[in-house]
Ligand binder design. Structure first.
Ligand SMILES: [Zn+2]
Length: 327
């Protein structure tokens, strides 16, 4: 082999390896980055899809189904609606355990810990799901994971530490993220508390895509440490409420969580040359968070900038946003 041909051969070999490793990177159903593990699991995806169709009467079965299969799918949705009832996967213990069990299942048969009623529907629907929808869902999930991985590798630990500093408690150490095409009502939710968090994040939700993936990967696990009247923020609001006699608006704690992850993510991205990141909360003021904006941008921002204490910021926000006490 001449020198020239050898270098062509080496170049071709390198290119081949490059292509192979790029394909492998896009292909991964599961990735671990620091404290995070992201995965695309067919059982969790099927469960979340049936749950969404059942609970929100979203009548859009997998496009590839027709005839008898379509009837079988409709039956599965109906049976799942009967099984789930009015229960909420964020608060109901059985549904939380079910999602956890599915998340750990990599075989065709479900473990015995899955309640029989759910197991029957899921195992009956899985062949339909695999034939008509899973490939498309899994492709979107894997792409989302491939986008999220380098964001976390670069900024994940920095942001986890920044959140811990703001809240005064450690950020969760073990964070499992199931990437799906549906994530209950708002496209993402988290269960767990303290050191471990289990999040479901929809890869198809516009808000969680691109750099938004980084904010959602910070926002979701924050739910394991921040609460309405306990944990970070919640317990402080509770104490300040007793001190002032004012009751905070029911979603104030969540607005503070939104603001915090949005602002810390914006900063981390700005430090990396991304100047125009738009935190999620900017689209929430017109909806559930109207009335909070000025107080958060004044007092919580001052706290995040190190100009006032957390307690003083929260007290001012409470005073300015609490509904007038009933006489
Ligand atoms: Zn949230």
């Amino acid at each position: 082999m001449s020198r020239n041909r050898l270098s062509t051969f080496v170049a071709a070999l390198c290119f081949g390896l490059l292509v192979a490793s790029a394909a492998a990177a896009q292909d991964r159903a599961s990735v671990t980055v620091g404290r995070y593990r992201l995965q695309s699991n067919p059982w969790v995806n099927l469960h979340q899809r049936l749950l969404y169709e059942a609970a929100f009467k979203w009548d859009k079965p997998p496009a590839g189904l027709s005839g008898e299969q379509l009837k079988q799918w409709a039956k599965a949705v109906e049976d799942y609606r009967a099984y789930v009832g009015r229960r909420n996967p964020i608060f109901n213990d059985e549904l939380i355990r079910l999602n956890t069990a599915l998340s750990g299942t990599n075989t065709d048969r479900l473990p015995a810990s899955v309640p029989t009623a759910a197991q029957k529907v899921l195992e009956a629907a899985m062949p339909l799901y695999r034939a008509a929808q899973w490939e498309e869902d899994d492709r979107a999930n894997r792409f989302w994971i491939a986008v999220a991985e380098p964001l976390l590798a670069s900024a994940g630990e920095e942001l986890a530490e920044a959140h811990a500093k703001v809240y005064g408690v450690p950020f969760p150490k073990r964070i499992l993220v199931d990437v799906t095409s549906f994530g209950w009502q708002f496209g993402a939710y988290t269960v767990g508390e303290g050191e471990s968090a289990h999040a479901v994040i929809a890869s198809t939700d516009k808000g969680t895509q691109g750099f938004g993936a980084l904010e959602s990967l910070m926002h979701e696990p924050s739910h394991a440490i921040v609460g309405a009247d306990e944990g970070a923020i919640g317990s402080e609001l509770k104490r300040l409420s007793a001190e002032t006699g004012l009751r905070p608006m029911a979603n104030l704690w969540h607005a503070i969580l939104f603001y915090t992850s949005g602002e810390l993510t914006r900063r981390a991205l700005a430090r990396r040359g991304v100047a125009d990141y738009r935190p999620f909360i900017l689209d929430m003021y017109g909806r559930g968070f109207s009335g909070f904006r000025t107080s958060l941008e004044t007092h919580w921002q001052a706290y995040l900038d190190g100009k006032v204490s957390r307690e003083d910021a929260l007290r001012q926000i409470l005073i300015e946003t609490a509904p007038p006490p009933k006489k």
